[in-house]
Ligand binder design. Structure first.
Ligand SMILES: CC(C)=CCC/C(C)=C/CC/C(C)=C/CC/C(C)=C/[C@@H]1[C@@H](COP(=O)(O)OP(=O)(O)O)[C@]1(C)CC/C=C(\C)CC/C=C(\C)CCC=C(C)C
Ligand SMILES: [Mn+2]
Length: 422
């Protein structure tokens, strides 16, 4: 029996900010969506323990003083369907368990067996070097940050970066119009092959090697491909729950792929789950920011990633987005969207300190730089229709030493995240 926790929310209480989610009813990144609760269920705020009754349905078992663990969809019978957050949390738990298993096996065998066929080692290092070059070409600052990592970690992160970049290019690159679901299926079977040690090309070979050295699960990679499938067939998102799942697919997955390589600090008191949760939050925050920055550009491609119900609540529609006029309604709507993206960044911050020391700098740098895009949207008076918010070079240069200083802070003995029980 699996048990999750819930807060049921009153329709008359002041917790709803009219934005489709309840900011005061949250723990970490998990927000309760008021619209998901029936009026009856919204009659009081309480904590309840949920019992899984069917595959995707939960029942309130017992009230008590528990923290919120996830948002659930309730029907009038009191049964609750699982939300995107809960589905994603299952992947977090799976990845965290894999890391624990890996740590245990590392303790058992001091030296990792490394089978190298004659002549393959230089090919492999060429493959990794090529990944490094691609990474430097697309993401200079990030590449710079990786130089602080140990050589093994750095090249593994490059290999993951390149795979993600290639996956994104399938739907966002020059050949995007020729990409079909079948092409994505082929990309997925290539992924399965490389996880089985049968890479298709040089860049795949680097990742194939990485996944034998670090406890990386295939699921986040498959999920990223699923996100690309979604992009092919879907151009509107009904509500934040749908958008959250999309953000997990295309960006939250990156956090889950990277942490097993970057490593958690040995002195960290935080649980693996909580660090993975923070990593997931950083991916979600980045993707939400990306969406807010690119509203105009996406609209010109016929895409509106913003939650339709929240647009409607703000008195806006797709037509307003296509018209691209900054109105008071638009500013208010954007203020709320930015606020939510910042909440995910705040959640992510708690986890960065728990990473191994050399991995903290690139993560802090990426967090600080990406978060500043939100400030730039504000500075552009919320005109994300015709102006692309970007962080200027001088601001980037200032952010790097700030990120470095932050990266020197070691994990606290009393973690802000849920702590391991000793
Ligand atoms: C240190 C660090 C940032 C490591 C991640 C390295 C890595 C493997 C990056 C892959 C990024 C990638 C190419 C993803 C493909 C999908 C995609 C393009 C997502 C968007 C990225 C921004 O790209 P850009 O601005 O170039 O977008 P356009 O294509 O131009 O529209 C995303 C918005 C999301 C990327 C997500 C992350 C970088 C998540 C990072 C999270 C971690 C590294 C976890 C950190 C750990 C803790 C505990 C907080
Ligand atoms: Mn993209």
């Amino acid at each position: 029996m699996s048990v999750a926790l819930l807060w049921v929310v009153s329709p008359n209480s002041e917790v709803s900010n009219g934005f489709g989610f309840l900011e005061s009813v949250r723990e970490g990144t998990r927000l309760l969506d008021s619209s998901k609760f029936s009026p009856r269920d919204r009659t009081l705020i309480c904590h309840g323990r949920l019992k899984k009754v069917k595959k995707q349905s939960y029942k309130i078992e017992k009230k008590g003083n528990f923290p919120v663990l996830s948002s659930m969809v309730a029907n009038p019978a009191g049964e609750l369907a699982i939300t995107s957050e809960q589905k994603v949390y299952d992947v977090v738990l799976k990845q965290a368990a894999l890391v624990k298993k890996h740590l245990k096996s590392e303790e058992e065998y001091d030296v990792k067996p490394d089978i190298v066929l004659p002549g393959t080692s230089s090919l492999l290092s060429e493959a990794y070097d090529r990944c490094g070059e691609v990474c430097a070409e697309y993401a200079k600052t990030f590449h710079l940050g990786t130089l602080l990592m140990t050589p093994e970690r750095r090249r593994a992160i490059w290999a993951i970066y390149v795979w993600c970049r290639r996956t994104d290019e399938l739907v966002d690159g020059p050949n995007a119009s020729h990409i079909t679901p079948t092409a994505l299926d082929r990309w997925e079977s290539r992924l399965e092959d490389l996880f089985r040690g049968r890479p298709f090309d040089m860049l795949d070979a680097a990742l194939s090697d990485t996944v034998t050295k670090f406890p990386v699960d295939i699921q986040p990679f498959k999920d990223m491909i699923e996100g690309m499938r979604l992009d092919l067939k879907k151009s509107r998102y009904k509500n934040f729950d749908e958008l959250y799942l999309y953000c997990y697919y295309v960006a939250g997955t990156v956090g889950l792929m990277s942490v097993p390589v970057m490593g958690i600090a040995p002195e960290s008191q935080a649980t693996a789950e909580s660090v993975y949760n923070a990593a997931l939050a950083l991916g979600i925050a980045n993707q939400l920011t990306n969406i807010l920055r690119d509203v105009g550009e996406d609209a010109r491609r016929g895409r509106v990633y913003l939650p339709q119900d929240e647009l409607a609540q703000a008195g806006l529609s797709d037509e307003d987005i296509f018209a691209g006029k900054v109105t008071e309604k638009w500013r208010n709507f954007m203020k709320n969207q930015i606020k939510r993206a910042r909440m995910f960044f705040d959640e992510a911050e708690k986890g960065v300190t728990e990473l191994s020391s050399a991995s903290r700098w690139p993560v802090w740098a990426s967090l600080l730089l990406y978060r500043q895009i939100l400030d730039e949207i504000e500075a552009n008076d919320y005109n994300n229709f015709t102006r692309r918010a970007y962080v200027s070079k001088p601001k980037k240069i200032v952010a790097l030493p700030v990120a470095y200083a932050k990266s020197l802070v070691p994990p606290s003995r009393l973690s802000l995240l849920s702590a391991k029980s000793s």
